[in-house]
Design a binder for this molecule. Structure first.
Ligand code: GLY
Ligand code: MN
Ligand code: MN
Length: 464
């Protein structure tokens, strides 16, 4: 057994303790997904499944009994299939390699699941996550029920496993933190390369397209062993940066414009998530610098608010306050129309230029699992407003940050042309995004190997 398998054994043991001796948990991995005709998308395992056994092959299901016994159903060895698609671990080798107690062929799932469910009080599985799983479980339960006259006992409860796993995944252990730091380093290096390439090509009089920078990112991710980008890379030149979910495309990167890159790699099942915005030619113009420094100041305020004991919403509120004041100061918002900073916040006038949240959990999934409400306080009398919709949320206080939680900090400003907006700011889109692990005293930013300061970015883009 590999030493890392201890981690998965400990996680499975924690699940077993949670569901109790009368429970049984079923966790399938992700299906393969067809891209077109007979080509599939690059396979990506299910995060819950991987969290519990570290296994990356498709067509696998993990079953954990409440007494702690684990059974992996996996693809059987098959010489011909393995010649075409690669080696399989197979049920015989799986216990030694993965540390599971038993392994069977996935072809045996339908015959073996009913006996594994027999006599259990509750069957646990991730609700609303795997298309068709409920139907499969119904099938296994109905097989059991058909044999009640022979003494079988059907589970009486179905329980959602997501909540249990989400709470576990919310706190990143040292093994996870180490992988995330490395993913952050690789991604930061990729941003550095893209920035430098951009300035170098423009200096050489070459045409730069968004895809040139995207290629540089991918090259850096892969050459350091990342399996894939953690999400669809955004490489947005000029006005494209004002489209929040723009994808790296073929837009021309013009001298004098900003480039927004939101791209990062996935490494060994863990995401990173970085955004940098930089001047294509390596020098910020006056208007670009004004807004950039405002976004950076708002990020610094959000970082200062990210610490154990604070609420998940505190970094956002801190960023919004700085942005709102700055929008008044630089003339994006007219004091005579919108009033004071308190009015801007209360009436959400800043929303015209800042329309997303300041962060999200990050981990195996870029927008990682985990409730944003504090579980220990659900039902306590409280009122807050949702940052995005402004809707009043009653009696569900925001999550309290604890050491080991990981989240992004990513304020921005996006200025679409409008008659009442100073022209020098038109089409400027800026976001600055870093990833943080909450510590006892503050937070550790693990994506700062790419600079954020104006002077540092300009120096980096001059240096080749
Ligand atoms: N790249 C996705 C996000 O920033 O949320
Ligand atoms: Mn993000
Ligand atoms: Mn991002």
């Amino acid at each position: 057994m590999q030493p890392a398998n201890n981690i998965y054994m400990q996680r499975r043991a924690a699940v077993a303790r949670h569901i109790g001796p009368g429970g049984v948990a079923i966790v399938p991995t992700a299906p393969e997904r067809n891209r077109n005709r007979d080509s599939d998308f690059l396979y990506r395992h299910d995060s819950y499944f991987y969290y519990l056994c570290g296994f990356t092959e498709p067509h696998a299901t993990l079953v954990i009994s409440g007494d702690g016994h684990s059974t992996l159903f996996c693809q059987p060895k098959d010489r011909e299939r393995e010649i075409w698609h690669g080696l399989r671990v197979g049920p015989e080798a799986a216990p030694a390699q993965l540390g599971v107690d038993a392994a069977l062929s996935s072809a045996e799932l339908d015959t073996q699941l009913p006996p594994l469910l027999d006599g259990r009080e509750a069957v646990w599985y991730p609700f609303a996550t795997h298309a068709g799983l409920e139907t499969q479980i119904d099938g296994w339960l109905s097989k059991l029920r058909a044999r009640v006259r022979y003494g079988t006992l059907c589970p009486q409860q179905q329980r959602d496993l997501c909540g249990v796993l989400d709470e576990m995944r919310l706190l990143k252990d040292t093994h996870e933190q180490a992988i995330m730091r490395r993913a952050g380093q690789i991604s930061a290096g990729a941003h550095v390369r893209a920035m430098q390439l951009c300035a170098r090509m423009l200096r050489a009089g070459q045409e730069v397209r968004e895809y040139h920078l995207d290629a540089e990112l991918l090259h850096e991710f892969r050459r350091h062993g990342s399996q894939a980008p953690a999400y669809g890379s955004i490489v947005a030149a000029g006005a494209n940066a004002c489209v929040l979910h723009y994808r790296a495309d073929a837009g021309r990167v013009n001298d004098g414009e900003l480039v927004l890159i939101d791209a990062a790699c996935e490494l060994d099942g863990y995401a990173s998530d970085i955004t940098r915005t930089f001047p294509a030619n390596g020098r910020f113009s006056g208007a670009q610098r004004t807004l950039y420094e405002l976004v950076l100041a708002s990020q610094e305020a959000a970082i200062a608010a990210t610490k154990a004991g604070a609420r998940f919403t505190d970094p956002h509120d801190a960023a919004v306050r700085v942005l709102a004041q700055g929008m008044l100061d630089v003339g994006l918002l007219d004091k005579n129309k919108v009033g004071s900073v308190e009015d801007v916040i209360e009436q959400r006038a800043y929303f015209a230029f800042y329309m997303h949240r300041t962060g999200h959990w990050i981990g195996m999934d870029v927008h990682d699992c985990g409730a944003y409400t504090e579980p220990s306080e659900i039902g306590q009398v409280s009122t807050r407003k949702d940052a995005l919709t402004g809707e009043v949320i009653k009696d569900r206080p925001a999550r309290i940050l604890r050491p080991g939680m990981a989240l992004t900090i990513e304020p921005g400003i996006y200025v679409r042309p409008a008659a009442d907006v100073p022209e020098r700011f038109h089409n400027i889109g800026i976001r600055i995004e870093d990833d943080a692990i909450v510590t006892a005293t503050g937070c550790e930013l693990f994506t700062r190997d790419v600079p954020v300061g104006v002077a540092e970015i300009e120096a980096l883009m001059r240096a080749q």
